[in-house]
Design a protein around this ligand. Sequence first.
Ligand code: FES
Length: 252
Amino acid sequence: MAEFSTTGGVTRLGSTQRQDAWWIELLPVIVVLGGFGLYATLRAFEGKFYEWGPYISPFYSPLIDAQHRWWPFSPAILILGGPLGFRATCYYYRKAYYRAFFLDPPACAVGEPSGRKYRGETAFPFILQNLHRYFFYLAVLFLCFLWYDAVVAFRFPEGFGIGVGSLVMLANVLLLSTYTFSCHSLRHLVGGKLDCFSCGTFGPPRHSAWRLVTFLNERHMLWAWMSLFSVGLTDLYIRLLAAGYFKDIRIL
Ligand code: FES
């Protein structure tokens, strides 16, 4: 088979034979992912305005050492590693931030910075990306806490109720669940690694689970962005509420 050079044999950064505005795809990633990273860092270190009534910010859940008995810093720092590690090692986000922030490469068939030795994810630090499947298990644990928080968000001092915050927290955990359960690692786990479903044990139920995860997985990028927005907006809603900028509207 003939050798085909997608960049026309030139390896200068940005060199390409593509005629379209390939760089446009990078802008939302830089703005949204960069903005979210900045906001999440500031909020995690802020260490206050993370609770209001039955609501708790997803950045602070589960709340560990809220009284600062043994941990003098923001409680969010104690748990940040789990969700951050899950997103940072996600197959989709890897593609997005390798392109947008490392220009490695900036896009399909576009030249990357020359002089770099390509080692893929076989050497430190990028070999750590292989921990993704373990971060997935951790993410499921975090989801349990967030589902608990979402249920508690409907319990007010006078009993069951629905506030705008309750719905915001419910929508957030639903989107986080679709993002988590559309993970490539889960798809591999439930059946992606099998050649034949009917040959192994639990073939039919595994096939059904695999089809469901595949349906979600085909939209993984969508869930990744929607859940990123929902986490940030849920935290912002609770932060503004706790800081007294507005009142929560009770629907019921
Ligand atoms: S591949 Fe994106 S969360 Fe697992």
